[in-house]
Design a protein around this ligand. Structure first.
Ligand code: FAD
Length: 465
């Protein structure tokens, strides 16, 4: 190990969305910044195993399976008859390569030093970076951001050494697509993979110990989504826990449920939650103690209990999204270096679930409004009520608005169907500016668009007021 110690104003550990945005923000404020990444490449789980790969896979599946055209040409329509795992990963490699190039360019352009190595705390201001080959480097920093992300939880006794028992990290490297799949965990990741792979006509069984899936979403949206899943043959086993996984042979396994039921499949995907990456950080040398899932507690400025150490992204837990992680990282850097933090940071961030069909939500649900005793009315529109929906041959799609009964302020938007994750941002903008039902009724929308569903839903709500 060399004896010199490098000094930076700001050191960021982890190059996922939280780390990148924080590093660039601090550099824009004129600070010297180093970004440390232990993996072979920058980008974090977002680029290598999470957001980007799963969304690229989804697009590849929707294209090759001809999914978006089936409304007109029937369920047997395909762009490619026999779709292989290689067909899907080909697109993945290209997208990920481009993402990394763009990220590297942004970091270089902003004079952020990227350091390849594993960081750990020697003391609250001093980090050791293991560079490989027994080489290490010491880095001292005035301010530090921990943005080390998370990894899938691997339940004990599940035989992950078998190639057909996978989690969300290694499902991306499977050699062959299964014909039958059990997905354990009906959270966002499990639901996304279950619905994406079922679009390839893989027979999917989705198991979860809870009695409902995606409990944080509007029930009508989830019911609509569940209906579509069942309609295309996905078996939902809710309220069921996995007892054990029996490996039959190289291509067959049996998942035994506590109720005594058995599910036979070629492959099992476990999506059983995430564990924050704080266990190899020498976190105790920084004076910090994570919780049982490795999460760090922060204040509203993303500052830990040690004032010069910040934490952002998956490492602090909920909502654990790339979208929110980016903003958390940016805000942490702004706070650390007296950047201008605009007041009234938007509390209502959207949730996007890139299942097939996709879902998105911003604001409150009916359940939340009822619990809070807020008087509200709802208005709904089916995508097939729009001309665009007819042109696209959409059989599914629902947009629901919730508005205050007295002042007609928008309180929440809930969408399931094509383009939901894009459409939601119209609602988000109106919500953020305190807009009312009248906005949607009076606005002229491009025609034909799915966005017109906002107007139809607003008129529906108006009729009930
Ligand atoms: C299958 C899947 C699908 C997803 N889909 C979406 C989606 O559609 N939309 C969305 O918004 N979010 C999605 N997410 C969530 C999103 O990927 C994460 O919220 C996001 O990546 C978190 O960003 P982060 O910066 O906190 O950490 P990460 O992206 O996990 O990056 C952390 C980085 O820190 C590095 N690191 C860890 N320890 C050290 C150390 N000691 N030294 C140096 N480096 C270290 C890691 O190698 C990693 O590169 C998805 C996640 C998964 C798993």
């Amino acid at each position: 190990m060399g004896g010199t110690v490098n000094h930076y104003d700001f050191v960021v550990i982890g190059s996922g969305p939280a780390g990148q945005r924080a590093a660039i923000q601090a550099a824009k404020l004129g600070r010297s910044v180093a970004l440390i990444e232990r993996s072979f490449s920058i980008g974090g789980a977002c680029v290598h195993t999470g957001t980007i790969p799963s969304k690229t896979l989804r697009e590849a599946v929707l294209y090759l399976s001809g999914w978006r055209q089936r409304g007109f040409y029937g369920r047997s329509y395909r762009v490619k008859e026999r779709i292989t795992a290689e067909d899907l990963t080909q697109r993945l490699d290209i997208t990920v390569r481009h993402e990394i190039e763009v990220l590297m360019h942004k970091l270089h352009r902003n004079f952020v030093d990227t350091i390849a190595g594993r960081a750990s705390f020697e003391s609250p201001h001093m980090l050791k970076v293991e560079l490989g080959d027994d080489d290490a480097r010491m880095i001292e920093a005035d301010k530090i951001l921990i943005a080390t992300g998370s990894r899938p939880v691997r339940p004990p006794d599940v035989p992950f050494d078998h190639p057909n028992v996978v989690d969300s990290d290694n499902i991306l490297t499977i050699g062959n697509l299964p014909r039958t799949l059990v997905v354990v965990g009906a959270g966002v990741i499990g639901v996304e993979y279950a619905s994406i792979l079922s679009a390839l006509d893989i027979q999917v069984t989705l198991v979860d110990g809870r009695n409902e899936m995606l409990g944080f979403l509007d029930r009508e949206i989830v019911d609509e989504f569940s209906h579509h899943l069942r309609d295309r043959g996905v078996s939902l086993r809710l309220g069921e826990t996995v007892q054990r996984v029996e490996i039959v042979d190289d291509h067959h396994l049996v998942v035994h449920l506590a109720s005594g039921k058995r599910v036979r499949a070629n492959m099992a995907l476990f999506a059983s939650g995430r564990q924050s990456n704080t266990d190899q950080l020498g976190i105790e040398n920084a004076g910090l103690t994570p919780d049982e899932r490795g999460r760090l507690v922060v204040d509203q400025h993303f500052r830990t209990s040690v004032p010069h150490i910040y934490a952002a992204g998956d490492v602090i837990g909920f909502p654990a999204l790339a979208s929110t992680s980016m903003e958390q990282g940016r805000q942490a850097a702004l706070h650390a270096f007296n950047g201008v933090l605009r007041s009234g940071a938007q509390a209502d961030f959207p949730f996007g679930i890139y299942a097939v069909p996709e879902m998105s939500v911003v604001g409150q649900t009916e359940e939340e409004l009822r619990q809070a005793g807020i008087p509200y009315e709802s208005g709904s529109a089916r995508f097939r009520e729009t001309s665009r929906g007819q042109i696209l041959g959409l059989r599914e799609g629902l947009l629901k608005l919730l508005v205050h009964l007295e002042d007609r302020r928008l309180l929440g938007v809930h969408i399931v169907g094509e383009g939901a994750t894009e459409l939601i941002h119209i609602g988000q903008a109106v919500l953020a500016h305190g807009g009312t039902l009248e906005f949607f009724i009076d606005a002229v929308f491009n025609y034909p668009t799915l966005a017109e569903a906002y107007k139809i839903a607003a008129l529906d709500a108006w009729n009930k007021l």
